[in-house]
Design a protein around this ligand. Structure first.
Ligand SMILES: CC/C=C\C/C=C\C/C=C\CC/C=C/CC(=O)SCCNC(=O)CCNC(=O)[C@H](O)C(C)(C)COP(=O)(O)OP(=O)(O)OC[C@H]1O[C@@H](n2cnc3c(N)ncnc32)[C@H](O)[C@@H]1OP(=O)(O)O
Length: 323
């Protein structure tokens, strides 16, 4: 119907002086090298189309409200992902699956950026759901850990810009989620944030540690990880675990938006590649040790001492909640 079947073709002169050395070594080498040269051009072209789409009207229909994650796009084209698993947004398999799917949706919808927050007035996220680790079904535990890894890959390695509006406590996995974002504004008050795994008799996985070491200084991270330090909001600001203190959730979201606005004049491709290069090492490390990391988690769950520690921790939490 009048449409071009071939819209971009390159005829290579295999006998051109520049191609002769490679063509004499390998048949079709000239075509192969022409194709390689074309790839970056196509990549930039695709990116230009995608950037143009990014400037399209800002309110877009995005994935519908899920029960555990609410994902909306505001008038500025910023995606707001709200965790809503009462009472404390503990990260069980279902919540992790929804976060993972929502991150895919944000990536597909080419939002200007994403802000992660919580529907609870006092808890950003209580971290991993301890019930997923206590006397677990091993098949489910494997899926649980793999999904957590997926969430981290997608959030830490997202090409879209991310910020966390931390509107409450953020221990362990909650702290990890916020540290995986590029910017953190935390509501001031009695809230705390940190990787407290050792207090539970467990060990933060290496990629949790790497994420922290790339947020605060190595010295502060080592002290914090070994002592299960939960930082007050003021302490977190001082050691740069967070970037700003907010007066309330709305202020935290506004501060995150102000951060995201900084990218308005930065070409998105340059920003994304820079971010990914900066974060490449820990991502590659987990990619290569992914299976071993799952096996370590599973064998750690089978350790009776770990199960005993978890049981005591659950009892302590329940007693505290009952008061
Ligand atoms: C020896 C090992 C060797 C090798 C290791 C190898 C590999 C490592 C592998 C694995 C590492 C695993 C990593 C885990 C990271 C984590 O995220 S672990 C989770 C850590 N989280 C916490 O410690 C937070 C605990 N919770 C709290 O401190 C408070 O609840 C919080 C400050 C968040 C909120 O306080 P508050 O608003 O007062 O709420 P309550 O305390 O009253 O709690 C309400 C109910 O929620 C339940 N609950 C709280 N946190 C969790 C949780 N994380 N999981 C499940 N359930 C939780 C709490 O029990 C109350 O329940 P109830 O109402 O009593 O039924």
């Amino acid at each position: 119907m009048g449409r071009a079947l071939v819209w971009d073709a390159t005829c290579v002169d295999s006998l051109a002086a520049s191609h002769l050395p490679s063509t004499s070594q390998k048949a079709a080498a000239a075509a192969e090298s022409a194709q390689m040269l074309k790839r970056p051009k196509m990549f930039l072209l695709r990116q230009a189309v995608s950037n143009a789409r990014q400037l399209a009207p800002s309110v877009r229909a995005m994935s519908s409200k899920g029960p555990l994650v609410d994902l909306t796009v505001d008038n500025d084209g910023v995606a707001i992902m709200t965790l809503q698993r009462p009472p404390v947004n503990s990260l069980n398999l279902d919540l992790l699956k929804e976060i993972s799917k929502s991150l895919d949706d944000v990536a597909k919808n080419k939002s200007r950026g994403m802000i992660l927050t919580s529907s609870s007035p006092t808890v950003f996220s209580a971290g991993l759901d301890i019930m997923e680790m206590y006397k677990p079904d091993m098949k489910r535990a494997e899926e649980f850990w793999t999904t957590l890894q997926d969430v981290w890959f997608k959030l830490y390695g997202s090409s879209f810009a991310t910020a966390a509006a931390i509107n409450g406590h953020a221990p362990a996995g909650g702290c990890l989620l916020s540290m995986s974002c590029e910017y953190r504004a935390m509501v001031g008050g009695k809230f705390t944030i940190g990787l407290n795994e050792t207090a539970l008799g467990i060990v933060a996985p290496k990629w949790f540690m790497d994420t922290m070491c790339r947020t605060i200084s190595m010295r502060q991270a080592e002290l914090a990880l070994t002592t299960a330090k939960m930082f007050t909001v003021d302490e977190a600001l001082k050691c740069e675990l967070i970037d700003e203190i907010a007066t309330d959730k709305a202020d935290a979201i506004n501060k995150c938006k102000t951060f995201l606005k900084k990218f308005e004049k930065i070409p998105p491709l340059a920003r994304a590649i820079t971010k990914l290069k900066m974060r490449e090492e820990p991502i590659k490390n987990l990619q290569t040790s992914r299976q071993a990391d799952v096996q370590e988690f599973l064998s750690f769950l089978k350790n009776p001492k770990v199960q005993q520690s978890l049981e005591m921790y659950i009892q302590a939490l329940k007693q505290k909640a009952a008061k």
